[in-house]
Design a protein around this ligand. Structure first.
Ligand SMILES: [Zn+2]
Length: 744
C-alpha cells in the first residue's frame, strides 16, 4: 500500500522531471493495436485456437533427370484436402522455377546502376541484365483432373491458378495432376537455391533439385491464399502432406532425398544395404556406405542403365533431392529421446577430408541440441549434401557449402563455415519445416529463430569455434548504421536492401533472442517459453503474434516493449551514464531533533557543488535527513522511526546515477560496480526502469563500499552501440586528468 507521504513525493518528482522530457513515444506501451485481434483460430495466449485448421496436400511424383541434358521431366498427382470452413472455387500453386523464365518479375523490377570496373559475374545481379544463356522456367505440359480432363489454369509469373470444375466444400478433397519439364541451371551462374555443379576434371555432375515441382500455396485463416510472388529473396510458404516420389537417374548415381528409401534392394548393392543396417545401430561414429575409393572409381565410367529410387515422407511441407555419381556416403544413428534418426552425408571427394570428419557430426550435434530446446526430431533421416557454395534447407535434407583447398587443407574459417552451415540448415528442419511459418512474408520467423539455435548449438558443442555471430555484440556494427536506410525486422524480406536482409532476417533477431534469454528473461524462463512456442506450433502455421504472445504467456514476462523496440523499430540500444553524484549522510554535527539544521527540501546537494561531475575526486557530498514532518502522517498513528532510517544509512555511500536512453531502444541495465578494494559487483536492472520516462531516469544506489568505477554493459550483452558513454569516471575527463598531470 502506498502512503500519502510517498504519493506526494512521487507527484513532486514526476512534475520536476516532466519539464525536460522529450516527446513521449510510447516505447513501453502494450502492442494491443499493433497485433491482430485474437480469435478462435489464434488465441490471445499465442496458441492455436479451438477452431484452428490448416490445409493439406499429398503428392505422388514421378521424376526423371537426364544426365546428358540436365533436363528434369516429371508428373505429379496432388490430393488437396480442403479443411477450411470456406468453399473453394480455385486453387493456387507456386511455380518458383518461373523466376528463371523469360518473363519474370525479378528482372523486370530489378533496380541498379552501371558502374565502372564491375566484375562480369555481378553485372546481371546488379542490373537485371541477362548475362548468361540459360532458358529456365517451367514448361507446363498439362493440368488434368483425376479423370484426365484438362483443367483451366492461368499462370501469373511464379503462381498458377487452377480453376476447379466444381466448388470444393469443407472436408472435401480434389485430385489433379500436372506434367512439366525444365532445364536445371548451373549453380555458379545464379545465387539460386538448387541447381547443378559440373566438375570438368572428371566430367561429372552433382545435382541439387529444389523448388522443382509445382507446389500448393498456403491457404489459411490469416490471409486466404498466400500468393505473394517469388522474387528471389523471401522464401516459401507451404502446406504439409505425404510424399511418394520416384526418382529416375543413371544407375550409377547415389540419390539422397526427403524421406526414406522404399526400394533399397533395387537401387543399392547388398554390401551397401548391410553397411546401412550397421549405421542404424552405430551411434558413436559415421559408418561409410560408399567409400571415397568406390566413388572415385565410379567417376570414370558412365552407366547406360537407369534406376528408379522411391522415397516416402510423411508430414513434410516440401521435397528436395540430390544425386551424383561422385557421392561418398556416410551415416550414423543419433539418439534423441525415444528416436534414433539416421544422420547422413553425401559428398564428392572434393569435400574431403573436411566432410568425412565434420558433416555428419554436425548433423548429430544440431539434432541433439535442437531436440533439447524444442521437441524431439520427428523425422527418420537427416541428410547433409555437399555443394561448393550453398546453404539451403528442405525437410530431412539440406545443401551445404564449404569446400577444402585442392590439396585437402582447410582454414579455421572453412571449418567454422561448414559447422555453422550444417547446423543451420539441419536446424531448419525445425524452423520453418516443422514450425511451419510463412517465409515469403516473415524471414525472421525461420531464419532468426534458427540462427539463434544454430549459435546456441555452436556455443554448447563447439565452444572453440564460438564467436560473435548472431550475438548482441556481433550486431552492433549493423545497429549503428544509417537509420534512414534501415527497415525494422517486421518488414517483408523482398522490401529491404540485400545487406540489410541478412541482418534483419538472421543476426538481429538472433541477437535480440540472445539478449532476451541471457539478460531480460534468464535461461530458465526463456527456454521454457521458447520450447512452448515450438511445441504449440509444430506441424502448424504460426504468425509473428503467435510467437510474441507465447513467449510472454509462457514466461510471465511482459515483453511488449521488447518486441516493439527490437522488431517494430530501427532504434538501437545506446545508454549513457550521464551523471553520477556521490552522497553521504551528514551525521556528526546534526541534532535530528533540532528544527534549525533543516535543509531546504529538494536541494540534496546542500549547495556545495552542483551540475554534472566527471569523477569521484571531490569526495562525497553531505546531505541531511530531517525528521518526517507530522502532517505527512495524517490520521495514521504508527510513525516511521526516523532515527532507525538514519542509522541504517549511516556511513553508507549513496550514488545517484542518471541514465539517458540515447539510442531510443528500451533496455535493461547491466551495471558493473568496481570498489576501492578492487572487488567488483554486477547489478542487473530490468527494462521496466524506463516505464515512466523512456528517455532519462535517475536512480539511487546504496553501497557499503566506496565506488571507483561504474561501467554499463561490461560484457557486451546489451548491444549498446556506443560504449564510450557507458562509464564513470567519464573517459574524456580521465584523459583530461592525464593531460593535467602531464602539464604540471
Ligand atoms: Zn537459413
Amino acid at each position: 500500500m502506498k502512503s500519502l507521504f510517498s504519493f506526494v513525493l512521487l507527484v513532486a518528482l514526476a512534475l520536476s522531471a516532466a519539464a525536460q522530457t522529450p516527446a513521449w513515444k510510447g516505447k513501453f506501451e502494450q502492442l494491443d493495436q499493433v497485433l491482430p485481434t485474437p480469435n478462435s483460430y489464434r488465441t490471445g495466449s499465442g496458441a492455436p485456437g479451438v477452431s484452428y485448421w490448416q490445409q493439406r496436400a499429398d503428392y505422388v511424383i514421378n521424376v526423371e533427370v537426364d544426365d546428358n541434358t540436365q533436363v528434369l521431366t516429371a508428373s505429379e498427382t496432388i490430393t488437396y484436402h480442403n479443411n477450411s470452413p470456406e468453399t473453394l472455387t480455385y486453387l493456387w500453386l507456386q511455380l518458383d522455377q518461373n523466376i528463371f523464365a523469360d518473363k519474370n518479375m525479378t528482372t523486370e523490377t530489378k533496380t541498379g546502376a552501371v558502374r565502372d570496373s564491375v566484375p562480369a559475374g555481378f553485372f546481371g545481379m546488379m542490373t537485371g541484365a541477362e548475362t548468361v544463356d540459360y532458358k529456365g522456367g517451367y514448361t507446363i505440359k498439362s493440368v488434368k483432373d483425376a479423370a484426365g480432363k484438362a483443367l483451366a489454369h492461368t499462370i501469373n509469373y511464379t503462381m498458377m491458378r487452377v480453376d476447379l470444375p466444381a466448388p470444393l466444400k469443407t472436408g472435401e478433397k480434389f485430385v489433379f495432376s500436372v506434367d512439366w519439364s525444365y532445364k536445371e541451371y548451373n549453380r555458379q551462374n545464379f545465387s539460386g537455391r538448387g541447381g547443378y555443379e559440373y566438375f570438368p576434371e572428371d566430367g561429372n555432375y552433382l545435382y541439387t533439385f529444389a523448388q522443382w515441382f509445382p507446389r500448393m500455396c498456403v491457404f489459411d485463416d490469416y490471409e486466404g491464399w498466400q500468393n505473394k510472388q517469388f522474387l528471389g529473396q523471401s522464401e516459401f510458404a507451404l502446406v504439409f502432406g505425404n510424399y511418394r516420389v520416384r526418382i529416375t537417374v543413371p544407375s550409377d548415381h547415389i540419390v539422397g532425398a526427403t524421406g526414406t528409401i522404399q526400394n533399397p534392394k533395387e537401387v543399392l548393392t547388398k554390401e551397401q544395404i548391410e553397411r546401412l543396417e550397421k549405421a542404424k545401430k552405430t551411434f558413436d561414429n559415421p559408418v561409410i556406405i560408399v567409400s571415397q575409393a568406390e566413388a572415385t572409381e565410379k567417376e570414370k565410367t558412365r552407366s547406360a542403365k537407369k534406376s528408379t529410387w522411391e522415397f516416402y515422407a510423411e508430414n513434410v511441407r516440401d521435397f528436395a533431392f540430390a544425386h551424383s555419381r561422385k557421392f561418398i556416403w556416410d551415416a550414423q544413428a543419433v539418439k534423441v529421446g525415444d528416436k534414433a534418426p539416421l544422420a547422413m552425408s553425401l559428398y564428392p571427394k572434393e569435400g574431403n577430408p573436411l566432410w568425412e570428419k565434420e558433416s555428419t557430426k554436425a548433423i548429430k550435434n544440431a539434432l541433439e541440441i535442437y531436440s533439447e530446446r524444442t521437441f524431439i526430431y520427428p523425422y527418420p533421416v537427416a541428410y547433409s549434401i555437399h555443394t561448393a557454395n550453398q546453404g539451403m534447407e528442405y525437410p530431412m535434407i539440406c545443401f551445404n557449402g564449404s569446400r577444402p583447398n585442392k590439396d585437402g587443407t582447410y582454414s579455421q574459417q572453412k571449418l567454422i563455415g561448414l559447422v555453422q552451415v550444417v547446423v543451420h540448415e539441419v536446424g531448419h528442419n525445425y524452423f520453418p519445416m516443422i514450425v511451419n511459418s510463412d517465409e515469403r512474408q516473415w524471414t525472421w520467423m525461420d531464419e532468426g529463430l534458427n540462427t539463434f539455435l544454430e549459435k546456441e548449438t555452436v556455443r554448447v558443442r563447439y565452444p572453440e569455434l564460438y564467436g560473435t555471430h548472431g550475438t548482441p555484440k556481433g550486431i552492433v556494427p549493423f545497429m549503428k548504421g544509417d537509420k534512414s536506410q534501415m527497415r525494422p525486422i517486421m518488414t517483408n524480406g523482398d522490401d529491404m536492401r540485400y545487406n540489410e536482409f541478412g541482418a534483419n532476417g538472421y543476426t538481429k533477431p538472433s541477437a535480440a533472442l540472445t539478449l532476451l534469454r541471457e539478460t531480460v528473461m534468464g535461461p530458465e524462463l526463456f527456454d521454457k517459453a521458447f520450447k512452448e512456442y515450438a511445441e504449440r506450433w509444430a506441424f502448424k502455421h504460426p504468425k509473428p503474434a503467435d510467437f510474441f504472445r507465447t513467449m510472454e504467456d509462457a514466461s510471465g514476462v511482459d515483453l511488449d516493449w521488447f518486441w516493439r523496440g527490437w522488431f517494430y523499430t530501427t532504434d538501437n540500444v545506446d545508454i549513457e551514464v550521464a551523471d553520477v553524484k556521490w552522497f553521504r549522510q551528514r551525521s556528526d554535527k546534526m541534532d535530528p531533533e533540532s528544527k534549525e539544521v533543516k535543509t531546504k527540501q529538494g536541494d540534496l546537494s546542500s549547495g556545495k557543488k552542483d551540475g554534472p561531475s566527471t569523477d569521484f575526486s571531490n569526495g562525497p557530498q553531505e546531505f541531511s535527513m530531517i525528521n518526517t514532518p507530522e502532517q505527512f502522517y495524517g490520521e495514521f498513528r504508527s510513525k516511521i522511526d526516523d532515527n532507525a532510517v538514519r542509522k541504517k544509512l549511516e556511513g553508507k555511500n549513496i550514488y545517484q546515477v542518471k541514465f539517458k536512453n540515447v539510442g531510443g531502444l528500451v533496455s535493461p541495465l547491466v551495471i558493473e560496480w568496481t570498489y576501492k578494494d578492487g572487488s567488483k559487483e554486477i547489478e542487473r536492472i530490468p527494462a521496466e526502469i524506463w516505464r515512466i520516462n523512456e528517455t532519462e531516469v535517475t536512480k539511487v544506489f546504496v553501497k557499503d563500499k566506496e565506488v571507483v568505477n561504474i561501467l554499463l554493459d561490461p560484457n557486451f550483452e546489451l548491444a549498446d552501440v556506443d560504449t564510450n558513454n557507458n562509464g564513470f569516471p567519464k573517459k574524456a575527463s580521465a584523459s583530461k586528468f592525464d593531460q593535467f598531470k602531464k602539464n604540471n
